[in-house]
Design a protein around this ligand. Structure first.
Ligand code: HEM
Length: 171
């Protein structure tokens, strides 16, 4: 079948990539994600309240940083390199080897909160991302305070930050 010749001006306007992924773009793209991840692990390395979760990680954080950059890039709506390299995130399953209770969740959140404060000047974006991170961190929680395992809470919570309300309660 011969299709009629179509000039580019006949094509519907395609929104630029940043319209489809506002969080990645709003944060500042690749370099900003790298700065966030560096600040996050710096906080984990130095905060006394993060010592327990730091000990869950290898001494050399280099490879972990790279994976987190790739994951967050995709989660924030940027290029989808994580899924291409590592498959479906399945974050709860990938964290199953570690005992993650409310204290571990809160320590992770404290590091991320500090990292966002250091690297993201947009207060509204910070609040949105903080709320979205909390949802994922709480979903990953797999132990209660007594160390007993916590059953899977339901369907996956690897949601786009846009779907999460701007505020949350950690109580
Ligand atoms: C709730 C507290 C959390 C703890 C204690 C924790 C701890 C860990 C540890 C120990 C690893 C393994 C690191 C390594 O192999 O070098 C890991 C991997 C990872 N974590 Fe977390 N994490 C938490 C929450 C989160 C959250 C909220 C996210 C995402 C928003 C996340 C994203 C990841 C990713 C993407 C990986 C690598 C997965 C892969 O191997 O592909 N983590 N985490």
């Amino acid at each position: 079948m011969n299709l009629p010749a179509t000039s580019h001006t006949d094509l519907p306007a395609v929104p630029p990539a940043q319209t489809a992924n506002p969080h990645w773009q709003r944060l500042g793209g690749h370099d900003a994600v790298v700065r966030l991840v560096e600040a996050f692990y710096r906080a984990m390395d130095t905060r006394p309240d993060a010592a327990t979760i730091r000990a869950m990680h290898a001494d050399n954080l280099g490879p972990t940083k790279q994976v987190l950059v790739t994951y967050l890039t995709e989660w924030l709506g940027g290029p989808k390199a994580y899924s291409a390299e590592r498959g479906s995130p399945m974050l709860r399953r990938r964290h199953q080897p570690f005992q993650i209770d409310a204290a571990a969740r809160d320590a992770w959140m404290a590091c991320m909160h500090q990292a966002l404060a250091e690297t993201c000047a947009d207060a509204e974006l910070r609040a949105q991302l903080d709320a979205a991170f909390y949802k994922v961190a709480d979903f990953i929680r797999n132990a209660d305070a007594g160390g007993h395992s916590r059953p899977h809470p339901g369907r996956p919570m690897e949601v786009n930050p846009q779907a999460v309300p701007a505020t949350h309660s950690s109580t």
